[in-house]
Design a protein around this ligand. Structure first.
Ligand SMILES: [Zn+2]
Length: 135
């Protein structure tokens, strides 16, 4: 494959809408919401590109979750001051702490693949293997 890789902006734009960062297809490695195919079903790029690859999306998911919870807490405390509805806020943030990682899950997978493809560009051999896997 002699075509150049998409730009970083293109890859991240595709990843944000759950498309394959490499080929832009919706038939990617995302399987339902919480599942994953081994490779993109269109271009064949393998999702698990190296040992420990899954730690990247987990870290990204944690950052997004804590950032969202932190901003939500600041907003909720400022909006309800000085009479904080402690029980309601606690229950709300407990539910959010479980729901947000599930919500972010597929996005962190595509975003991490985009980041990894930018920082660790696929070689000719990997692209040939990918093309062979979907041929
Ligand atoms: Zn693809």
């Amino acid at each position: 494959m002699n075509t150049p890789l998409p730009s970083a902006f293109t890859m991240f734009r595709r990843a944000v809408v759950l498309k394959c960062p490499l080929c832009g297809s919706r038939r990617t490695f995302i399987r339902r919401w919480l599942g994953r195919h081994e490779r993109c079903r269109t271009c064949g790029i393998e999702w698990h590109r190296e040992q420990g690859f899954e730690l990247g999306p987990i870290a990204l998911n944690s950052v997004f979750t804590f950032l969202t919870l932190g901003l939500g807490m600041i907003f909720a405390f400022v909006a309800t001051a000085p009479d904080f509805p402690v029980r309601e806020l606690t229950i709300g943030f407990m539910v959010a702490a479980v729901a947000l990682p599930l919500l972010f899950y597929p996005f962190t997978n595509t975003l991490w693949l985009a980041f990894d493809l930018q920082s660790h560009k696929p070689g000719e051999a990997e692209l040939a293997r990918a093309a062979g896997a979907v041929a």
